[in-house]
Design a protein around this ligand. Structure first.
Ligand code: TRP
Length: 333
């Protein structure tokens, strides 16, 4: 329709660096799902980013397919959104190279994620880890994205994306849309169940700290029952009660209840009841996702059809931007 305003473009990506966790789901993927009607959503599995940390090839291949199926199972609808695999779309690596030449060593050196990851992987501080934000900038800029939903830990990467885009536009004219990062307000920041000062992470040394999307119900229940709390025995949200705060955050995210409602619900009850309730709510939230995943992962042909279709659309859109960039830089077309 002529009068319908064009929907804004949302771009986001997630790395297939292992299983999808409850933290990934409540913090990111669930928001991807909720944005699908209001925006033109383009989502990617950022598998080029993943090899900045060494991967076992067989496991990596499995992780990519599992993540792709899991995210569809969560509700990313391939009829509404473009959900593609980054390594299948060659424009990403190409634009990243060009943008590398418009990014300064100094600004990449200041990236906190680079500093953290090089401390963690001191035996493999590779150039890809260093230029990771440039690849990410390319991902976003290729699609002329208006909005980029990300976790708080990616904010600095959005800032550098804008800096690179403005610098490029300053030299060559308006080539890139300057994107806007946003931290979705209903995006819960889920912490480890064992060490609630750290983000929930699949690399948590204590397996009970992290709930995976595909964990069976009894495993989920066990992890919640062992969750770290405190000695106050009172369900309330307060400073210093990191374990309880985290459980309340999860319960609120899954049930839609406010903290006040949760405090009332568990007034006079112990942590045992509370942990059981949180565990059960999470089990019920994840049950249909796991069932859907089991179906999908059996149907490799369907998954392949989904990503081939999406890869092609992504290639078409991104090639327009890459072509423009190359022309501006002076390449012979
Ligand atoms: N770096 C992001 C993360 O680890 C994943 C990512 C890659 C991304 N490219 C992106 C996120 C582009 C948003 C936009 O979470």
């Amino acid at each position: 329709m002529e009068n319908t305003p064009k929907k804004e473009v949302v771009f986001s990506a997630i790395q297939p660096s292992g299983t999808i966790t409850l933290g990934n789901y409540l913090g990111a993927v669930r928001n991807w799902v909720s944005l699908q009607d209001e925006y033109n959503c383009i989502y990617a599995l950022a598998d080029l980013h993943t090899i900045t940390v060494r991967q076992n090839p067989a496991q990596f291949r499995k992780n990519i397919i599992d993540a792709y199926a899991s995210i569809i199972a969560c509700g990313v609808d391939v009829e509404k959104s473009v959900f593609f695999i980054q390594s299948h779309v060659h424009t990403h690596a190409e634009l990243a190279w060009i943008l590398n030449c418009y990014t300064q060593f100094g600004e990449l050196s200041r990236m906190t994620q680079f500093k953290d990851k090089s401390a963690k992987h001191a035996d493999n501080i590779n150039a890809g880890l260093f230029t990771y934000p440039v690849l990410m900038a390319g991902d976003i800029l290729l699609y002329q994205a208006d909005k980029v939903p990300v976790g708080a830990d990616q904010k600095q990467h959005i800032e550098i994306t804008c800096d690179i885009a403005k610098r490029f536009n300053g030299i060559y004219g308006d080539v890139f849309k300057i994107p806007e990062g946003f931290i979705p307000k209903n995006g819960a920041r889920v912490m480890s169940l064992q060490n609630p000062l750290n983000k929930m992470s699949k690399s948590d040394e204590n397996v009970n700290g992290c709930v995976h999307l595909l964990d069976p119900p009894e495993v989920i229940m066990k992890k919640f029952k062992r969750a770290v709390t405190d000695s106050e025995a009172c369900v309330r949200y307060a400073e210093g009660k990191d374990g309880v705060n985290n459980l309340m955050t999860i319960y609120s995210a899954v049930t839609g209840k406010t903290f006040e409602q949760i405090e009332n619900e568990f007034a006079g009850k112990g942590y045992g009841d509370f942990k059981t309730a949180v565990g059960e709510a999470v089990v019920e939230e994840l049950r249909p996702i796991r069932e859907r995943y089991e179906q999908l992962v059996k149907d490799k042909a369907y998954l392949e059809e989904c990503y081939h279709k999406a890869d092609e659309i992504a290639l078409k859109i991104s090639s327009r931007t890459l072509g423009k960039v190359m022309k501006k830089v002076g390449y012979v077309r």
